[in-house]
Design a protein. Structure first.
Length: 364
């Protein structure tokens, strides 16, 4: 029996904050209707690695009567660069894109971040639809409207909140996703388990490696549950004035590791260490029990995700963490747990506390 599509709604105060995240199979045929009748020209942004999928999207749009042009961009974090945005702006300009035209992104989170940023900035904002092709893109990056690029000083330091008009998460695209990328996406799924939907943790503990099968019903359930967590949070707090910070669990150290490693680490791997670090921080101030902190390591390690990091990078990591978007002046702020599924914020004026937590995740 074919399973029907699942639609998870994101809501908000402005009309453009309301959209559907569709999870299913064979969703490409829905794209023309989701773009709407006013759109005439579409820029399809995809990485080199997904050229065939990008071409299929362009052909679908052309047969539906749109003028479709493609922008093939460098893979992964290489794509989240100002020069790549400038290249896309050039293509949009040379093809006379107007405010009623649109951008469609095809790829993982790096592509929706870059393509979303291009859409947010072109003529001060045009429609964007994301077609995420990685688990991470589906459960996190394509949903919620955070877009951005990296600078030499850090991750996502330039960007805009620009919600998509729709997200089509086609599970069939996951068949070609390398396993290490699927595991990286699973780190964000597990994050949703720690901060909100604890059933996610029960499911990954119960099903183990079976969740890595892109055809499995349990992976679909995990994807849908994670999208539901993100949709609920961003519906309440699009611009991260409070609640949305919980989605940043593990990211303060995680982003600093990505920068220190010049983006050779997968995002999910970096935030995996970051979540264990945050758990150690919470344990050290008496907010998280030993058992709950240890559960971080056992779940993440069961999927081969890293839970420790080299012991000689403290100065660089602290520098990176200072530039985290949750910092306020000299005050570093961390999302921590007061129990599984109970996120809160810890303000840390004294970096000795952070150094002690780093010792707990540092390689021997
Ligand atoms: N905006 C947000 O809210 C948000 C949330 C989470 C993460 N992010 C960002 O997302 C990025 C990470 O996303 P990601 O893990 O998807 O990385 P990614 O976009 O770099 O994709 C990972 C790799 O998988 C390949 N790939 C993607 N889909 C594929 C498929 N179906 N078949 C074969 N190969 C495929 C890509 O070409 C790339 O090499 C980071 O830059 C992170 O900062 C943003
Ligand atoms: O959507 C959010 O908000 C998140 O924090 C989700 C994160 O998983 C994601 O990596 C996001 O890009 C991090 O945002 P940043 O503001 O810390 O750059
Ligand atoms: Zn993330």
């Amino acid at each position: 029996m074919t399973q029907t599509d699942t639609i998870i709604k994101v809501t908000g105060s402005r009309p453009e904050d309301n959209y559907d995240v569709v999870v299913g199979r064979g969703l490409l045929a829905q794209l023309p209707a989701r773009l709407g009748e006013r759109v005439k020209r579409v820029l399809v942004v995809h990485p080199r690695a997904l050229r065939l999928t990008g071409d299929a999207v362009r052909e679908e749009l052309e047969s539906a009567g749109f003028t479709a042009v493609t922008a093939e961009i460098p893979d992964a974090e290489e794509g989240k660069h100002i020069q790549v945005a400038a290249f896309c702006w050039q293509v949009l300009g040379q093809n006379d894109f107007t405010r009623s035209d649109a951008v469609v992104t095809v790829g993982g989170g790096a592509v929706s971040d870059l393509g979303g940023f291009v859409a947010a900035t072109w003529l001060r904002g045009v429609k964007v639809i994301h077609l995420p092709t990685s688990v991470l893109g589906m459960v996190d990056a394509a949903v919620g409207g955070k877009t951005g690029i990296n600078t030499a000083e850090g991750k996502n330091l330039v960007g805009a909140f620009h919600p998509p008009a729709a997200v089509l998460a086609d599970l069939d695209t996951l068949k070609t996703l390398p396993k290490n990328e699927l595991v990286s996406g699973l780190a964000e799924v597990i994050k949703c388990g720690f901060i909100a939907d604890t059933k996610i943790l029960d499911l990954v503990e119960e099903h183990g490696q079976a969740v890595l099968d892109p055809e499995s019903p349990v992976l679909r359930e995990l994807i849908e549950r994670s999208i539901a967590v993100k949709a609920k949070v961003v519906s309440e707090d699009l611009k991260e004035s409070g609640l949305r910070e919980i989605l940043n669990y593990g990211h303060t150290l995680g982003h600093a590791i990505e920068l220190a490693e010049r983006y050779s680490w997968r995002h999910g791997a970096a935030i995996s260490v970051g979540m264990v670090f945050a758990a150690e921080l919470a344990r050290s101030v008496g907010r998280l029990s030993d058992a709950d902190a240890d559960r971080h390591r056992s779940i993440l390690e069961s999927f081969g995700l890293p839970t420790s990091y080299r012991n000689d990078r403290w100065a660089a990591l602290l520098d990176g963490m200072r530039r985290d978007k949750k910092s306020r002046g000299d005050l570093l702020r961390f999302v921590v747990l007061d129990g599984i599924g109970k996120p809160g914020v810890l303000e840390v004026p004294d970096t000795s506390l952070l150094f002690a937590a780093y010792q707990e995740v540092a390689d021997a």
